[in-house]
Design a protein around this ligand. Structure first.
Ligand code: MTE
Length: 311
């Protein structure tokens, strides 16, 4: 599938798996020098794929199996394994993303347009769901700010709104009114411009699977997972705070900000600890970190704000 995007090569072709698996050792070991020192075609090909990032955690990623079979994607059903069973029917060929609102160059972008001249990076991020489970996910993507720079954000823009595809023929979940479809999300513009905020198009060294939000989804690692909207078809720059699906469904439970915060409980459960998927039935829960451990990068965005009120 990725072949259409770049040079007729799939990511699985350009990044031999053993090399990918070595990369973390390479990075945490002698760093870039060792990476550059790799011999032969593997080196050039690896650089073609995605480069490593200083924003990655060195915690061990969850397995591909865990990441692709334990999902929240309510359009495909509310069970954790519903998305992996049902999302295969979604056709992402010819996917288009409309970018509009307060931008200089509104328009409709194909995945080729979006990925042209875009440097892909590996971003190994912690993911903390509002339901108090967590994973480590090795995304492949690029900074949202790169795309926003290409469309030209106008000075009146203060927020970015996102919308997921609504495909009733292949999405069994949208026939139930669990949420008001389509799924929508939003960020303040400065949150959207933060270098941690990415649009992911890959997972491990493959195009992102449908159940994880193919072909392009948001990842905002310091916020609860529901902010990280999947299968995006529209991005709109707005002056006013846009509506967001979970906030509309239950405003007392899900705020607009949704920053990971161990001190602010969900009305029905504590957010102080989390269960790491794959850690085993009897594993101890681990403490949840403020901003999911990304406070050094993002706490400044909220200085002076009461995060218990703006939850
Ligand atoms: N995006 C859409 N369109 N629909 C959803 O149901 N679920 C959210 C988020 N994005 C969701 C969504 C929630 S609650 C979480 S925790 C993450 O996706 C889960 O991402 P993952 O399945 O890739 O781990």
């Amino acid at each position: 599938m990725a072949g259409r995007w770049k040079n007729d090569l799939k990511w699985s072709d350009v990044t031999p798996k053993p090399l990918w698996q070595n990369r973390r050792q390479i990075l945490t070991g002698v760093g870039a020098a060792a990476f550059a020192g790799l011999a032969g075609p593997g080196r050039a090909l690896a650089e073609l794929a995605a480069s490593p990032s200083a924003f990655s955690t060195d915690a061990a990623p969850n397995t591909l199996e865990e990441i692709t079979t334990y999902n929240n994607y309510y359009e495909f059903g509310t069970g954790k394994d519903d998305p992996s069973r049902n999302a295969g029917k979604m056709d992402t060929d010819g996917w288009e993303v409309r970018i509009d609102g307060l931008v200089d160059r509104p328009g409709t972008w194909t995945m080729d347009d979006i990925l042209k001249d875009t440097a892909l990076e590996d971003r190994i991020y912690r993911l903390r769901c509002v339901e108090a489970w967590s994973m480590i996910v090795p995304w492949v993507g690029f900074e949202l700010s790169d795309l926003l720079a290409k469309v030209g954000v106008q000075s009146g823009a203060k927020y970015v709104a996102f919308e997921t595809a609504l495909l009733p023929d292949v999405m069994p979940g949208v026939h139930a009114r669990v949420l008001d479809w389509p799924y929508v999300e939003g960020l303040r513009l400065d949150e959207a411009m933060n270098p941690l905020t990415i649009l992911a198009v890959g997972l491990y060294d493959q195009p992102i699977p449908n159940q994880n939000g193919a072909p392009i989804r948001l990842v905002v690692p310091w916020k609860y997972g529901f902010k990280s909207i999947k299968s995006i078809v529209r991005i709109t720059l707005t002056a006013d705070q846009p509506p967001t699906s979970w906030n509309q469904a239950a405003a007392n439970e899900y705020g607009f900000y949704a920053n990971v915060n161990p001190e602010v409980s969900h009305p029905r459960w504590s957010q102080a600890t989390e269960r790491r998927i794959g850690s085993g039935l009897f594993a101890k829960r681990q403490p949840t970190e403020m901003f999911n451990g990304y406070g050094a990068e993002v706490a400044g965005l909220y200085s002076g704000m009461d995060l218990a009120r703006n939850f």
